[in-house]
Design a protein around this ligand. Structure first.
Ligand code: 6CS
Ligand code: FE
Length: 317
């Protein structure tokens, strides 16, 4: 790559990464749309989990919703844990607790699979883990976990974005071989800010304009302003795929590809929209250096240490 400067050469973890990296982003003031250069479903006959139909739906749409996977009693048990954590962490002002920008409400708590025994167990529940392993075609580990509380009245939006665009540029995640598993712990209806997705958008990678500021996560987790897709390209994707609202009862689960364009609206209803998110990453897709020579994000946002395959457990919570 005889045009890149030194920092660009080191940005992707070495010159060869720069030359072979189809997912460069935040490198200039120009946005671009690029075809996905990775499979969506990494098929493996060895790993039971998703059915053939579920794999086909996930490959086509970029997401898969399975309703009522967890019972009402299990949801209540998990919700109690959620509320206990919120109270404790808000009081302690820990870095993992992200406070809403216009209120003192807790927006998110990160790293819950390492901070809480119940959620540590939940990531190995075969009802979700095996779907993830079978879609990613390998053993998996947790790249990131978080509770998004989206509290009633004050829960603010998450603007449109591709998670992979952030995880590739700010965490050095090499390829599109990760997915988010969102477990609905309160009813997600058309009023209280459910996950909005653009079906099929996972097949297109939007390279974003601008340059990642230092310690970007201190702002982006409250309101993302870099790595935000260009409006005309968003329009193009939405014209092509439409917008789908992932509404569902508490206990339902939405699996979505790391590159699916998604977001959610603010919640002005009095009813919280609280979901827990586990990001399963293939064990063969571990983090390298972020793009552009920026500092890696903290361990509670992007796991680099103690990486090991998660073994499935048959749990009744
Ligand atoms: O920066 C991140 O990793 C987080 N940001 C968003 C908006 N979604 C993915 C992830 O939680
Ligand atoms: Fe996201």
């Amino acid at each position: 790559c005889n045009t890149c400067t030194n920092d660009e050469a080191d940005g992707g973890g070495g010159l060869n990464m720069q030359m072979s990296n189809p997912y460069l982003t935040r490198r200039s003031d120009a946005a671009a749309i690029i075809s996905r250069a990775d499979p969506v479903v990494y098929d493996s006959i060895l790993l039971e989990g998703a059915t053939a139909q579920q794999k086909q739906d996930y490959a086509t749409n970029g997401f898969l919703q399975i309703d009522d996977l967890f019972s009402t009693d299990e949801v209540k048990y998990l919700l109690d844990e959620l509320h206990q954590m919120r109270h404790a962490y808000a009081m302690q002002q820990r870095p993992e607790a992200i406070i809403e920008r216009e209120s003192q409400e807790v927006r998110s708590i990160f790293n819950v699979h390492r901070l809480n025994e119940v959620f540590k167990n939940l990531v190995s529940d075969e009802r979700v883990l095996n779907i993830a392993r079978s879609l990613l075609g390998s053993e998996v580990y947790i790249h990131q976990s978080r509770i998004n509380y989206k509290p009633g009245l004050h829960g603010k939006e998450f603007f449109w974005h591709s998670d992979f665009e952030t995880w590739h540029s700010e965490d050095g995640m090499p390829r599109m071989r990760a997915l988010s598993c969102s477990i609905l712990l309160t009813d997600n209806n058309e009023h209280n800010g459910p996950l909005l997705v653009i079906p099929g958008s996972h097949q297109h990678y939007i390279s974003c304009q601008g340059e990642t500021p230092d310690e970007h996560y201190k702002k982006s987790l409250k309101k993302q302003e870099y790595g935000v897709p260009d409006g005309s390209l968003l329009h193009y994707l939405a014209d092509m795929g439409g917008i789908h609202s992932c509404t569902g009862r508490a206990g339902s689960v939405v699996f979505f590809d790391c590159n699916l364009m998604h977001g959610s609206n603010s919640n002005i209803t009095p009813f919280s929209r609280s979901n827990i998110f586990f990001v399963y990453n293939s064990i063969d897709n571990q983090l390298q250096q972020p793009l552009g020579g920026i500092q890696p994000r903290p361990e509670f946002i992007a796991a680099r240490e103690d990486i090991a395959p998660i073994k499935p457990k048959n749990l009744i919570l």
